[in-house]
Design a protein. Structure first.
Length: 556
């Protein structure tokens, strides 16, 4: 439900645009992403499925030539976003299965069923399984790695070490923050060496751990080869990402160690599942310290790493969720066994009743979130209204939000100038040419999208300074305070020269009950969802006072 949220608008979910753009650019023959804030394995996976999509299109006569695919990628990227999102959704489903197998292998069938039930309805995990970003895919690979590491503990064959190295290397090649996944492997190997009564030198020079390390590195570089092939650009981007992580993102919400506990996990799991998972950690450590260490080492070190910075997107907490669902399940089965002496007859009923009560707040969040996600984004509603009510060629300026504004067809004059300006950039030239051809074929005039230069207090179009005001000014506002930004003096211009034409209000921005992931430009509440009509910011369309004199036959 809601898998097609926001599209064809390409910036309704931050980071999807970057990933889809890079995957599409691979199709032009250059497999170097020229962007290393993420590793590239996930992007290569998406690119592979884009290739299959094109081949099926050729077989079923959707595409006659490659240019047809390029035109679709420029004009309407709906299917390209859906492919990325389906990969993420399938990864989320796969994580449920691996959590079941991991818990079953390490503990028992009852705990396995309950843990898989919990993660199936863990709100943050379900929420982000809708989107084509790296977090869910990386989490799936991390859980796969831990599963094989656990198998190494019970069966220390070189085969299990190799599988752990493969999935661990690919997890790191999906997102750098997966690095702590190697730590439980070394702990398990240490326990194996002790159990086998081998010399301590085997800790580093045993063929199994050497095979794990070798395969881990090989798979990491296989998924992101240009980390070596373009090392200096990788180094620059990676260090930039570290500086950003340590400095914070637009607003200081505090260090991640505290923020993720009180916000990301508390609401991302629901208060009852979150508290149950913490109590379950105590149960696990008391029950079996060795298995507790093996299971909890990754989430502990990941939390230490992830929580030390001031960039605190709630999605950073996603890799913790499978492990917290397991510990919450262990709490339920522990209570169930305690009750078996007095209420053995009703034990399973009580356990599953308790499980349902624990997951209820999370399910409530999922229902409210999915209801919103299934509704048309306010940016799409407004774009349709503009297309139907504002004549092509009109000049329009947007203010209010610095990311995720309206995506309107630009005037062909602008595109033609951009084509000439980008003659040396093949990627941009191809995209601009495809858009011009499509607009001419479909007789789309587009709009003059003016910009405001606050340094000179003038509007510009195609680099030229305008001595007048645009026909329309669109103002946006949202509860994401750091993304609300209007140039100084614009409100005075609106009061003097413009009339409010139409409002598109979908949320009361003064309502403090709705809680947002304030650092993320995602215009849906993270929790509460009170009186929110649809996703997106509020919009107000202002019309210049003298506009009626320039057109006849106006229809509202």
């Amino acid at each position: 439900m809601g898998i097609n949220f926001g599209i064809p608008h390409t910036e309704c979910r931050p980071d999807e645009t970057t990933i889809v753009n890079i995957a599409l650019q691979f199709g032009l023959g250059d497999l170097n992403p020229h962007y290393f804030h993420y590793p590239t394995f996930y992007m290569y996976i998406i690119f592979f499925f884009y290739g299959l999509y094109y081949l099926f299109g050729r077989v079923f006569n959707k595409y006659a030539i490659l240019q047809d695919l390029i035109t679709e990628a420029v004009i309407d990227r709906t299917n390209f976003y859906l492919i990325a999102r389906y990969i993420s959704a399938l990864s989320g489903i796969g994580t449920i299965f691996i959590v079941y197998k991991l818990t079953q292998y390490l503990f028992d069938e009852e705990s396995a069923l309950i843990s898989s039930f919990f993660i199936s309805f863990a709100y943050l995990h379900v929420r982000d399984s809708h989107f084509g970003v790296t977090d869910i895919f990386m989490t799936f690979l991390v859980v796969c790695t831990i599963f094989y590491i656990v198998k190494c503990y019970k069966n220390s064959s070189i085969r299990n070490y190799l599988f752990a190295g493969i999935s661990g290397g690919l997890a790191l090649s999906t997102k750098y923050s997966a690095l702590p996944v190697i730590i439980p492997m070394f702990i398990v190997h240490y326990l194996n060496i002790i159990a086998e009564k081998k010399k301590i030198i085997k800790l580093l020079f045993d063929k199994r751990i050497l095979s794990f390390i070798a395969v881990f590195i090989i798979m990491f570089l296989a998924g992101s080869p240009y980390i070596l092939l373009d090392f200096f650009e990788f180094k620059s981007d990676f260090l930039s990402e570290l500086r950003h992580f340590n400095a914070g993102h637009l607003i200081n919400l505090g260090v991640g160690w505290l923020y993720h506990l009180k916000f990301s996990l508390f609401y991302g799991l629901g208060w009852s599942l979150f508290l149950s998972s913490l109590a379950g950690i105590v149960v696990l450590v008391k029950k079996d310290k060795k298995r507790g260490i093996i299971l909890l080492t990754f989430p502990i070190f990941y939390y230490i790493l992830m929580g030390r910075g001031y960039v605190v997107f709630v999605r950073y907490a996603i890799p913790l969720i499978p492990f917290l669902c397991i510990t919450a399940a262990l709490l339920v089965t522990y209570i169930g066994k305690k009750m078996s002496n007095k209420h053995g007859k009703y034990r399973y009923l009580l356990m599953w009743g308790l499980s349902f009560l624990i997951i209820l707040p999370s399910i409530n969040n999922i229902i409210n979130f999915d209801k919103l996600l299934a509704r048309k984004d306010n940016r799409l509603v407004l774009t349709e209204w503009i297309t139907n009510n504002i004549p092509g060629g009109s000049s329009i300026t947007q203010f209010g939000i610095i990311l995720g504004g309206l995506q309107l067809y630009p005037a062909r004059e602008y595109l033609e100038r951009e084509f000439i300006r980008n003659l040396e950039c093949n990627t941009k030239k191809i995209a601009i040419k495809a858009r011009i051809d499509y607009m001419m074929k479909n007789k789309i005039e587009g709009y003059e999208l003016w910009y405001y230069n606050s340094k000179i207090s003038k509007f510009t179009f195609c680099g030229e300074i305008k001595d007048s005001f645009p026909d329309f000014i669109i103002m946006a506002e949202s509860p994401l305070t750091v993304y609300n930004r209007t140039a100084e003096g614009i409100n005075n211009i609106l009061e003097s020269y413009y009339n409010l034409k139409k409002s598109f209000v979908v949320i009361d921005i003064n309502n403090k009950e709705n809680l947002f992931d304030q650092q993320d430009a995602f215009f849906i509440p993270f929790t509460v969802f009170k009186d929110v009509k649809r996703p997106g910011p509020n919009f107000y369309i202002y019309e210049r006072n003298d506009y009626y004199s320039t057109f006849t036959g106006w229809t509202d």
